[in-house]
Design a protein around this ligand. Structure first.
Ligand SMILES: C[S@@+](CC[C@H](N)C(=O)[O-])C[C@H]1O[C@@H](n2cnc3c(N)ncnc32)[C@H](O)[C@@H]1O
Length: 306
């Protein structure tokens, strides 16, 4: 799809955008936004259609005919709207993985200061990336101390952990990602911990890691950006499981319903979601943290394992 046709389509769909896509990465991101928005509209239309059917008077006046009609409509609704829904999930996995596999294979590996560019952060210079990682860590309770162990879900090429390791002289580090090219790079950045990095989706249980294993568990721009809201409780509980008792967790790049800086974020998460699920997650001290200015109205969340 050309830049121009993506721009025009976005404008027709009233999807706000501030800049033209100049690079391949930006075009990919715009296509992703377009697809995500179309899916959101389809899902909302599905809800409206079900509402209309249920409130129709004929449904209650002629029960038998209405039941058959209702079954037919329900089957069509499932076919029409759930197929794209699951299709979108598949698309999401394939296209996002392809995106990050390509980034990890094409960035300048000889410069460790550009590690983050292998994980989709090519619009940030080294300083901007460090700030994006370090600002949200301010809400960590307990904070990171020298020698602490850190695990990251959606670790990419390891850029975020590298920033933290340089600042805090971390002990054990590890992470998973569904992009095999990214994990291959991360292993070379942390050769002494290469066995702690492997290819796996965040949405699957991390059975290799016993509970209470790491002082801190993070996800910078992965869980918050590329999971749907219904997938989050599982991964949060998995993150809490592998965190040591009294350890802290940090997840970044969430956007609230009504938030503007959506970019390639797949789903919206209300800030109230976190406090409301503290008990279920087994955490306390939930804090919503503003991110670095370049991330605009995106937010991060810190928690402490009970
Ligand atoms: C923007 S990058 C962030 C990488 C790293 N956290 C950092 O800050 O440098 C997002 C990462 O999430 C990974 N990712 C997205 N969805 C995933 C999933 N379902 N399971 C595992 N990794 C996923 C991508 O492959 C990508 O490496």
């Amino acid at each position: 799809m050309s830049t121009r046709s993506v721009d025009i389509t976005l404008r027709r769909l009233h999807i706000p955008f501030k800049r033209r896509a100049k690079t391949r990465g930006e075009r990919r991101s715009l296509c992703h936004t377009l697809y995500a928005s179309a899916m959101r509209s389809a899902i909302s239309a599905r809800g409206k259609l079900l509402n209309n059917v249920l409130s129709s008077p004929s449904l209650w006046l002629r029960p038998r005919r209405a039941k058959i009609g209702f079954a037919v409509i329900l089957a069509s609704v499932f076919g029409l709207f759930y197929l794209p829904h699951y299709g979108f999930k598949l698309y999401k996995h394939v296209s996002i993985r392809y995106w990050f596999d390509t980034d990890a294979a094409t960035f300048n590996r000889s410069n460790v200061g550009e590690l983050h560019k292998g994980s989709g952060w090519s619009y940030l210079d080294r300083h901007g990336f460090e700030s994006m990682i370090l600002v949200p860590t301010q809400c960590l309770n307990p904070p990171i101390l020298e020698g602490n162990s850190v695990f990251e879900f959606g670790v990419g090429t390891g850029g975020a952990i590298h920033v933290l390791a340089s600042k805090y002289k971390l002990g054990k580090v590890g992470g998973t990602d569904f992009s095999s090219n990214s994990i291959e790079v991360a292993k070379t950045i942390f050769p002494e911990f290469k066995d702690n990095f492997w290819v796996q989706s965040m949405t699957e249980p991390h059975l290799r890691i016993p509970e209470n294993s790491y002082d801190h568990v993070f996800s910078f721009g992965a869980m918050g950006m590329y999971l749907s809201l219904d997938e989050m409780p599982f991964i949060v509980k998995e993150a809490v499981r592998i965190t040591k008792r009294g350890g802290s967790l940090l997840f970044t790049h969430f956007i609230e319903p009504g938030g503007s800086h959506v970019g390639s974020i797949v789903d919206r998460v209300p800030k109230s979601f976190w406090a409301a699920h503290e008990k279920m997650f087994g955490v306390t001290a939930t804090t919503i943290q503003k991110m670095d200015d370049r991330q605009k109205d995106r937010y991060a969340v810190c928690m402490t394992k009970v």
